[in-house]
Design a protein around this ligand. Structure first.
Ligand SMILES: O=C(O)CCC(=O)C(=O)O
Ligand SMILES: [Fe+2]
Length: 262
C-alpha cells in the first residue's frame, strides 16, 4: 500500500503556510486499488453521487463496466457525513459509514505529518473528465479547522491553485500528479483553492512492480493492526487482468479523494 515513510517527499510553500505536498507516498498498486475502489464500490449506496436523482441504482452499481456514457457524467461521490452541496451543512441525519480503508489511509497519512488526532469522518471523491474544472472555493463547512484536509490525486495530472483567505491574493499554481497527497492545514486550511484544468496528455503508467509496500512503517509497532496496515495490494493476475480498462479511463480523467474531520 504505502511506500516506506522515509522515502516520502514533503514540500511546503513559503507563501502558503500549512499547505503540504507529499509525493512518493502510494505504491502503484495502492493507486490502482483506489481507482478501482472508487469506480466499482464507492459509487454504490449508501454513498451518494451527483447521478442519484436521475439514475437507477443498478446502473450506478455497474457504471464502470456497462455505462461509459453515464460514467462521463459522474462528478462526485460523498461518503461518511455527506456534504450537502446546497446548505453546505453536515447533519447527523445525513451520514453513512465511512469506508474503512479510505479513513485508515487518510488517518495514517495525517499521523505521519503530525495530526495524530485526525479522524476522517467525511469524504468527497471528485471525478474530473477532459474539460472538468473545480471553481475557487474555501472548505469551511466543518466545525474544527485545526484538523487538516487530506487529499489524494489519481490519474491525470492537474493544475491546482492555492490562494489566500480571500480572493485578493495571487494564487500559486502546482501540478498534482497521480499518487500525490495534499495536506491542507493551518492557514491553508481556510484558503481559496481551485482546479482550473486537468492535463490529459499526462497519464503515466502505474506499473512499478515495487515490492516495498510498507504500511506498517507508518504506525508505531504497538499500534492497532488495522486492515490497510497489514494488507499489501499485490498484483495478482486477477487484479491486473482488467487494469487496461481502468487505464483507458484514466488517460482522460482524474480522481481526487479528499477526507475531512467534521
Ligand atoms: O480535486 C482536488 O484536488 C481538490 C478538491 C477540492 O478542493 C474539494 O473537493 O474540496
Ligand atoms: Fe476544496
Amino acid at each position: 500500500g504505502l511506500k516506506p515513510v522515509n522515502t516520502w517527499k514533503g514540500y511546503t510553500i513559503a507563501n502558503h503556510p500549512g499547505l503540504i505536498l507529499l509525493t512518493d507516498v502510494m505504491t502503484s498498486n495502492l493507486q490502482k486499488h483506489l481507482v478501482k475502489r472508487c469506480l466499482n464500490d464507492l459509487v454504490k449506496q449508501p454513498n451518494k453521487t451527483n447521478l442519484d436523482s436521475y439514475t437507477k441504482e443498478e446502473d450506478i452499481d455497474n457504471i464502470f463496466i456497462n455505462f461509459s456514457n453515464l460514467l462521463k457524467k459522474l462528478r462526485w461521490i460523498t461518503m461518511g457525513y455527506h456534504h450537502n452541496w446546497d446548505t453546505k451543512l453536515y447533519a447527523e441525519e445525513n451520514k453513512s459509514e465511512m469506508p474503512q480503508d479510505i479513513s485508515e489511509l487518510a488517518e495514517c497519512i495525517a499521523k505521519v505529518v503530525g495530526f495524530t488526532e485526525f479522524t476522517a469522518e467525511a469524504g468527497i471523491v471528485n471525478v474530473y473528465h477532459k474539460n472538468s474544472s473545480l471553481a475557487g472555493h474555501v472548505d469551511n463547512s466543518e466545525y474544527d479547522f485545526s484538523s487538516p484536509i487530506i487529499s489524494l490525486s489519481l490519474g491525470c495530472t492537474c493544475i491546482f491553485l492555492i490562494g489566500g483567505p480571500d480572493k485578493t491574493s495571487e494564487p500559486t499554481a502546482l501540478y498534482l500528479r497521480s499518487g500525490d497527497v495534499v495536506v491542507m492545514s493551518g492557514e491553508a486550511r481556510l484558503c481559496y483553492h481551485a482546479v482550473p484544468c486537468i492535463i490529459t496528455s499526462s497519464y503515466t503508467c502505474l506499473n512499478d512492480k515495487s515490492t516495498t509496500d510498507c504500511h506498517e512503517k507508518c504506525f508505531d509497532s504497538n499500534e492497532n493492526n488495522s486492515k490497510i496496515n497489514s494488507e499489501s495490494y499485490t498484483m495478482d493476475n486477477d487484479f491486473d487482468n482488467d487494469w487496461h480498462l481502468y487505464e483507458n479511463f484514466l488517460k482522460e480523467s482524474r480522481i481526487n479523494i479528499n477526507t475531512r474531520q467534521v
